[in-house]
Design a binder for this molecule. Structure first.
Ligand code: DLL
Length: 475
């Protein structure tokens, strides 16, 4: 960033609080893609927020953290009770390190508050609602104010800028539209950025390929496994790689590997970038890779990251691998303090070669719980168990095997039949298998293959039972 502009801003900052500067920025007029005109401050690159130096960033984070903590404590009874139990008040948060005094928030806390128990603003201020994937059980619900949507869009728009998207680019958004945050999140951001958004949503591969060719789409956004499938389907179609014009892919919502990246880049002739996010915190865009493809830039003026030891809850120093914990710094619809994401990663604090100063997170390599993401859908083994319990003849002894034979996830559930069913006719067994398939589908939204097997034939373990064999390798 132009050093004179920075000096100008910093000088103006000295006597002002960050919030009044932000107010000025919010009132500023967006001129070109990456320029802001600030009344009295001249032109400032929008990149300002992505290039704050350590002291500026920490000042901003602390001010925003204190505001968020106050909002949560004063307006959400769940947080008031948590603070009271821990014997702290918002005034105890004097430094960023003090965040460690705040108790964690978990997915179960969010489920217990289902649907709207954590809203911190009156209903009339909420303008959009999303929820986590999975069709039953209690999903986690998140609500956005108009300002929250603006921040979400801004985060996504920054990500698009980071990887060289241009305003005249056609962005084919193949993330699912609906309660899932993927489709609408990218959509809002692409609109804010000014790209030409094609809201094709997920699925209908033939149409995806035709659209890529006919519209000459420049960008594809979808899950990495769907990107692989698109690449494979293109190879098997009568459309040639030369007929399409894709340049950039932005992929996330599930774990993927460098090998998958290379495959996607080769088959679609693009550069493929990793995007991370979660419903509870906002949706996609919490972090995203830049052109360096070397860790995802966390939008850390909006989300404060920590890494903890998942067993002890103790905070780990930068660079060590552990569970990511996130605190929202600007969201007002549902402020979230110290959310345990259960995602395993590490933080990179050194400045990126692209020049951005934000903290980066490395690729997610696992979870500290047993949640699986299968074809983009969240599944807990307990949901499968619940589905089995509803079917007469199925025992709760089961084994879930997840594989990725080509590009799409396959799930096989082996279930021990009860003795009574097993001694019955083959026809009865087949009927029961079909009923289990249906029950799992209605519980999780997923179609899986089910095999009933002999009673007591599945391996027993002495400790925690092994319910899942995940043969997809994300390390
Ligand atoms: O998956 C939001 C999203 C949409 C992210 C589109 C990126 C692109 P949920 O359905 O709530 O939200 O799932 C969140 O998905 O805790 C991770 O376990 C996993 N996840 C998301 N992005 C990545 C990624 C969306 N890039 C959960 N790599 C998270 C690995 C990811 N895992």
């Amino acid at each position: 960033m132009n050093i004179d502009i920075r000096k100008n801003v910093i000088n103006n900052l000295k006597n002002e609080s960050i919030s009044s500067l932000i107010e000025t920025i919010n009132n500023a007029v967006l001129t070109k893609k990456d320029e802001l005109v600030l009344p009295g401050l001249g032109v400032v690159l929008e990149l300002f927020w992505e290039n704050l130096i350590k002291e500026e960033k920490e000042k901003l984070q602390l001010e925003r953290l204190q505001q968020t903590v106050k909002l949560a404590y004063n307006n959400v009874s769940f947080y008031k009770e948590k603070f009271d139990e821990a014997g702290i008040t918002p005034e105890d948060i004097k430094t960023l390190k003090d965040i460690e005094k705040i108790p964690f928030t978990t997915k179960d806390d969010l489920r217990a508050a289902y649907p709207f128990g954590l809203f911190a603003v009156p209903y009339e201020e909420i303008v959009e609602i999303h929820a986590s994937s999975g069709t039953s059980g209690k999903p986690t619900v998140t609500g956005y104010t108009k300002e929250d949507l603006d921040i979400w869009s801004e985060c996504i728009a920054r990500g698009l800028g980071m990887v060289g998207v241009e305003k005249e680019y056609i962005l084919q958004n193949a993330f699912g539209y609906g309660l899932f945050t993927g489709g609408f999140g990218i959509h809002h951001g692409a609109q804010k950025f000014g790209a030409i958004t094609v809201p094709i949503s997920a699925g209908n591969t033939k149409r995806q390929l035709e659209t890529m060719k006919d519209f000459q789409s420049d960008v594809i956004t979808c899950t990495p496994s769907y990107a692989m499938y698109l690449g494979e389907s293109l190879e098997n179609s009568d459309i040639n790689l030369e007929d399409i014009n894709l340049k950039i892919g932005i992929h996330g919502a599930e774990m993927w590997t460098e090998e998958m990246r290379h495959k996607i880049e080769d088959t679609l002739n693009i550069k493929a970038y990793n995007i991370y996010g979660l419903t509870e915190i906002m949706g996609p865009g919490v972090a995203q890779e830049c052109v360096e493809q070397n860790g995802m830039h966390i939008q850390d003026d909006h989300f404060y990251p920590e890494i903890i030891n998942p067993k002890t809850g103790e905070t780990l120093p930068a660079g060590q691998k552990g569970e990511l914990v996130l605190t929202t710094l600007t969201k007002t619809g549902i402020p979230i303090l110290r959310f345990r994401t259960k995602d395993l990663t590490s933080l990179i604090i050194e400045q990126c070669a692209c020049g951005r100063t934000s903290v980066r997170m490395s690729r997610i390599t696992g979870r500290s719980d047993d949640m699986l993401k299968i074809r983009g859908v969240m599944v807990f083994p307990s949901q499968i168990e619940k589905a089995l319990l509803k079917i007469k003849g199925a025992s709760p002894n089961y084994l879930i095997k997840v594989t990725r034979p080509d590009t799409l996830d396959e799930v096989e559930v082996k279930v021990e039949a009860t003795k009574e069913l097993f001694s019955d006719e083959m026809k009865e067994m087949e009927k029961t298998e079909a009923m289990i398939v249906k029950s799992i589908k209605s519980e999780t939204g997923l179609r899986v293959n089910v095999t009933l097997c002999e009673p007591e034939s599945l391996p027993r373990s002495e400790g925690k039972s092994v319910r899942v064999i995940d043969e997809r390798n994300f390390e």
